[in-house]
Write a protein that binds this ligand. Structure first.
Ligand SMILES: Nc1ncnc2c1ncn2[C@@H]1O[C@H](COP(=O)(O)OP(=O)(O)O)[C@@H](O)[C@H]1O
Ligand SMILES: [Mg+2]
Length: 315
């Protein structure tokens, strides 16, 4: 199989005087070319840390402590910062960070911010075609380059940050909560846009969201994260139709169902998990209706055709 990206046993910890937070703990998955993987889980489960690790941008005091990130046959955890910045960032893989909507610089026009990206990477800033192309692919008029961020709507700001991420034609886009804090209508426009970009530009997308409903619209494959670990990895339709891990089951049944709103179980999507502690055993032990004595030990990883489940139930 021809993968755009393979992550092997990746662990990313935040190391401080107060202790170690295992934000990403032994995570593995592959992303096929021209496909999308959705990373979903509650707030605090490690999604943004995982995304940032793919861009070697984990904030201090975070550190990739173990594992591999293979891009084009090369383990990018092993190369120098310099080489990563020169050859990989923006060109091979690019990211829309969580909260990108509010991170456009308020004092510069869209055009000058885009030129700055080109300048930093040694491209000519006179070549306005690159900028126009990128804007066109997110369905924005070139005239938007003259605007300041505050003159744009939320949806237009998000399109602008996507256009910036696409400037140097990356093969992989990591989009961290790109629809969160947008109106429902605008959310679906951004989702459709990402689908179109994947098609038109032959891109692969790592789509991060706390919302399984949104994720399943974009992604062929879904990774369910819980407290730093992927507890279930599988094809989108399988996860939906037949969730195997008890946590996945809980997430799937808590997706808002318009017809049966009154029967809807507690919505878990926005619940925060609190700090991730060092502990052995299944991390979902306390929340799992099927928990048994043996679940106090670290659960096995059970592989299947399209992914895996981390659970004693399937041993
Ligand atoms: N800079 C940091 N220092 C220490 N801990 C952090 C830092 N950033 C995130 N964390 C912790 O790492 C865990 C994962 O956070 P994050 O990756 O932001 O999760 P998510 O994106 O799923 O909400 C959380 O427990 C969070 O408190
Ligand atoms: Mg996040």
């Amino acid at each position: 199989m021809n993968f755009a990206l393979t992550v092997n046993s990746l662990s990313v910890y935040y190391l401080s005087h107060f202790g170690t937070v295992k934000a990403v703990d032994d995570v593995s998955f592959s992303l096929e070319k021209n496909q999308s993987i959705g990373i979903v889980g509650e707030s605090g489960c490690g999604k943004s840390t995982l995304g940032a690790a793919l861009l070697r941008s984990v904030p201090y005091p975070g550190k990739i402590v173990d594992g591999q990130i293979i891009l084009d046959g090369q383990d990018i955890t092993k190369i120098s910062d310099d080489e990563f910045d020169k050859k990989i960032r923006w060109k091979e893989i690019s990211m829309i960070f969580q909260g990108a909507l509010n991170s456009l610089d308020p004092v510069f026009t869209v055009g000058s911010q885009m030129k700055e990206i080109l300048h930093q990477h040694g491209y000519s800033t006179d070549d306005l075609e690159v900028i126009a192309d990128s804007l066109k692919s997110v369905l924005l008029e070139p005239s938007i380059t003259k605007k300041y961020p505050h003159e744009l709507s939320g949806g237009m700001k998000q399109r602008t940050s996507i256009a910036m991420a696409l400037l140097l034609n990356p093969k992989i886009l990591v989009a961290d909560e790109p629809t969160t804090s947008l109106d429902v209508m605008v959310q679906s426009q951004i989702i459709n846009l990402l689908k179109k970009l994947k098609r038109d530009r032959n891109m692969s997308i790592v789509f991060i969201s706390h919302d399984l409903g949104v994720i399943s619209e974009v992604s062929e494959t879904i990774a369910i994260m819980y407290r730093g670990q992927i507890v279930e990895l599988g094809k989108s339709y399988e996860i939906y139709k037949n969730p195997k891990h008890p946590y996945t089951e809980k997430l799937v049944t808590s997706i808002p169902n318009i017809k049966h709103k009154e029967n809807r179980p507690q919505d878990l999507s926005e619940k925060s998990q609190g700090p991730i502690r060092k502990e052995t055993g299944c991390k979902f032990y306390d929340g799992c209706p099927y928990a048994k004595e043996k679940c106090r030990n670290d659960p096995p990883v059970i592989n299947h055709k399209n992914g895996y489940i981390r659970c004693w139930l399937y041993e």
